[in-house]
Each structure stands twice: as structure tokens, then as C-alpha cells.
Design a protein around this ligand. Structure first.
Ligand code: ATP
Ligand code: SF4
Length: 265
């Protein structure tokens, strides 16, 4: 049930392991810190890691007459979380459902979670352009989805996959809000200097060439990993860091509505 949800934002990546779940989670937390009521829906059947990232693995979800009730990550109920992982007996259980069951589960997840009033619902999707992906996109046609934030690393292989993903979005009619380049350079935990280990600015270039906004470039920041297993935001924990400033800027761009309108026009 998305009728009480004002904005829906998908987080996509062409490839696994590029930081999609980390960005979905920190984006949700950053939106919460900015005063919004937020939901985070993890439908990454390949690796549903949101409960792990937020330290909610032991939480149990239950079903009421109106659907699944999400887990609230805080007392004020400003962050509601639902993940496919909550339905697995153990975090190590693989999701071995075949196509139709997976598809049905995703559809149900998009329609049968009892979200309260939310300003933003962030959806962490499976990577790539698989069947599950197509299902998500199809369902999004019926939902007032603002668009997708695309996550990539700066390397060529990841960028190739993002290119495919951009084409996929165009074909399925999902607006692309912009590209976030992740793991671009390494922030030294001692002196906070950022060193470009691999190539850099690949995401920026791709955004420019594709005519899609570049939302920000995040370095590999080992301090982000300290936040794993908590519901703490980089905005409150590392307020002076470049990483926090980038998340702030992404939130600003998403919430001021310009990019939503720019891509829709
Ligand atoms: N900017 C970053 N700085 C430091 N570590 C990061 C950063 N982004 C992601 N990571 C780490 O990289 C690993 C992979 O990230 P994550 O699980 O978010 O990727 P993913 O794209 O969601 O992967 P999957 O496709 O498997 O779901 C995690 O251990 C995460 O903590
Ligand atoms: S980045 Fe700075 S603190 Fe880190 S290893 Fe290099 S000189 Fe030392």
C-alpha cells in the first residue's frame, strides 16, 4: 500500500557490490535526519542486506489484515524498514525461488506492506537487468515513482552496466534522477586525504554524456563501515566529513524537486 507515500525513489545499479545497499540505507537515514518520514524497502532478492546494515536482523515482521507491518528503526517511527530478509529463517539462507515466485514476492512487497504516512520511500532493488528487475519496473508504472538513483563505481565495467541500465530505464519509462559515483578514491582514516586508486570521474563523464544529472561522487570511506549494524547516519556521526556533505547534497537535490521535474520534462 503506497497510498500514504508521497515520493518513491528506486536505487539501481547495473552490477552487484557497487554500494547500492549502503547508499540506499545512508540516503534513507540522511533523509530522516533532514526531517522527513522515511521508508526503506529492500527487495534485493540476490542479497537483501538492509537489515544487516541497520542492525535489525533479529527483528520479526508480522502480517495484519492489511498486509506486512514494517519494522520501525526508532521510537519516533521516522524510519520504517521492510526487507525480504525478514522472511528468511536465517541470514545465510539463500533465496532459491524460481522466476514466478520471485516475481510474485516482489509484487506483494510493493503492494502489501502497510506503510504509514511517508515522505519518501527508498527502494533498494536487485542489481542488473534480471526478471526481478523487470517486475520492479513494471510495478513502478502503476506507482507514482519519482525516479531512480543509479549507483556505479568509476571503473569501465561497472559503467558499461550502468549504460545498459540507463537504456533499460528509458525503455521501461522509469525516470533517472541521476548518477552517484561510489568508491571513487580512498579516504585515509588517519589524515582524511582522498587518493584515487583506480580511475575517477567515470560516473561524472557518463552522466554528462547521457544527459543525466550527476548527484555526487563518494569516496571509499572506511568510517562508513563503522556505521554498519546501527541506524546512525553519516550526517550525525561524521558531520564534518566530505562523505556527509555529499549525502547532504544528494538529499538536497532529490528533495528540492528540480531533478524530478527536469527529467520528467
Ligand atoms: N563509499 C564506501 N566506502 C566504504 N565502504 C563502502 C562504500 N560503499 C560500499 N561500501 C562497502 O562495500 C561493500 C558492498 O556494498 P553494498 O552491500 O552496499 O553493495 P551492493 O551494491 O548493495 O551489493 P549487492 O549487489 O551485493 O547487494 C559493503 O561492505 C559496504 O560496506
Ligand atoms: S594519506 Fe596521509 S595519513 Fe594516510 S597514509 Fe598517506 S600520508 Fe599517511
Amino acid at each position: 500500500m503506497l497510498d500514504k507515500v508521497k515520493h518513491v525513489i528506486l536505487v539501481l545499479s547495473g552490477k552487484g557490490g557497487v554500494g547500492k545497499s549502503t547508499i540506499s540505507t545512508q540516503l534513507a537515514l540522511a533523509l530522516r535526519e533532514s526531517g522527513f518520514k522515511v521508508g526503506l524497502l529492500d527487495i534485493d532478492l540476490c542479497g537483501p542486506s538492509v537489515p544487516y546494515l541497520l542492525g535489525l536482523e533479529q527483528s520479526d515482521v508480522y502480517q495484519c489484515d492489511e498486509g506486512w507491518v514494517p519494522i520501525y528503526a526508532d521510537e519516533n517511527k521516522t524510519l520504517a524498514v521492510m526487507s525480504i530478509a525478514f522472511l528468511l529463517k536465517s541470514r545465510n539462507d539463500p533465496v532459491i525461488w524460481r522466476g514466478p515466485k520471485k516475481t510474485m514476492m516482489i509484487r506483494q512487497f510493493l503492494t502489501d506492506v502497510k506503510w504509514d504516512e511517508l515522505d519518501y520511500l527508498i527502494i533498494d532493488t536487485p542489481p542488473g537487468t534480471s526478471d526481478e528487475h523487470i517486475t520492479v519496473m513494471e510495478c513502478m508504472r502503476d506507482v507514482k515513482c519519482d525516479g531512480a538513483v543509479m549507483v556505479t563505481t568509476p571503473q569501465g565495467v561497472a559503467l558499461d552496466d550502468v549504460r545498459k541500465e540507463l537504456t533499460f530505464c528509458r525503455k521501461t519509462g522509469v525516470h533517472v534522477l541521476g548518477i552517484v559515483e561510489n568508491m571513487s578514491g580512498f579516504v585515509c582514516p588517519h589524515c582524511s586525504n582522498c587518493t584515487n586508486i583506480f580511475s575517477s570521474d567515470g560516473g561524472v563523464e557518463l552522466a554528462k554524456r547521457s544527459g543525466v544529472p550527476h548527484l555526487g561522487t563518494l569516496p571509499i570511506d572506511p568510517r562508513l563501515n563503522v556505521l554498519i549494524g546501527t541506524t546512525r547516519s553519516v550526517l550525525t556521526e561524521l558531520p564534518e566529513s566530505n562523505t556527509a556533505q555529499i549525502f547532504k547534497s544528494i538529499v538536497k537535490q532529490i528533495t528540492n524537486g528540480d531533478i524530478v521535474n527536469a527529467v520528467k520534462d
